[in-house]
Ligand binder design. Sequence first.
Ligand SMILES: [Zn+2]
Length: 69
Amino acid sequence: MQGSSSRPSPTLRVCSHCGAPYRWERSSADLRLTFCSWSCERHSLGTTLEALLGAWSHVPAGWRYLLSA
Ligand SMILES: [Zn+2]
């Protein structure tokens, strides 16, 4: 019985934020299968959230009135 230890681990993932390979079981992120750690998750999602909030702040005042009506 040999060779079973040389197979690639199915738990190895690549972080979508920093691109580093990691074991999802050890990830501290909520989205373990996507990010290697909570800091990568937070950074990536935070950037997205800031972009959304930034886009909202650029909505003309007239549009906000229509959207909130
Ligand atoms: Zn990462």
